[in-house]
Ligand binder design. Structure first.
Ligand SMILES: O=c1ccn([C@H]2C[C@H](O)[C@@H](CO)O2)c(=O)[nH]1
Ligand SMILES: [Zn+2]
Length: 152
């Protein structure tokens, strides 16, 4: 697992807070930019906490997702699962890369439900990129994200 706290915090008004970032490629940075754009579409009138995710499949297709809340709070869906379910609905079988972003202190930390759902469509080659809007980035494997996850 690699975590970087970028020394120069860039303003959110600038196009990308991830430029440059030594631990991800420029292509991976573009996935974070797409996740950031998706977070702007979050439907979160209850928590006012926007999250965005971007999945790149093994075939190179890209699917974004945001969190979608509900007046019945427990029905809310996280950004990660929105993106993954959209990808699966379009035939995706394997996540090559997933990028997630929110306005958190450090890189966003996905909930347990999302970790389990990510692990369903990930393998050891999957790259998981977690970030915050200040430009802090963590890159890890599914084993780092969900050690001893459920499977049968
Ligand atoms: O990794 C996370 C953590 C939280 N949320 C959403 C769920 C809820 O709408 C809001 C507050 O928990 O953020 C996500 O989408 N992804
Ligand atoms: Zn979640």
């Amino acid at each position: 697992m690699k975590i970087i706290n970028l020394p120069i915090k860039k303003s959110l008004i600038e196009k990308s807070p991830f430029d440059p970032c030594p631990i991800i490629s420029s292509h991976e940075k573009s996935l974070l930019d797409k996740a950031l754009a998706a977070s702007k579409k979050a439907y979160c009138p209850y928590s006012h906490f926007s999250v965005g995710a971007c999945v790149e499949t093994e075939t190179g297709d890209i699917f974004e997702g945001c969190n979608v809340e509900n007046a019945s709070y427990g029905l809310s869906n996280c950004a990660e699962r929105t993106a993954i379910f959209s990808a699966v609905s379009h035939g995706m079988k394997k996540i090559k890369t997933i990028a997630v972003i929110a306005d958190t202190k450090g890189p966003v930390s996905p909930c347990g439900a999302c970790r389990q759902v990510i692990s369903e469509f990930a393998d050891e080659s999957t790259t998981i990129i977690l970030a915050n809007t200040r430009g802090d980035v963590a890159v890890m494997s599914v084993k780092d994200l969900l050690p001893y996850g459920f499977s049968f």
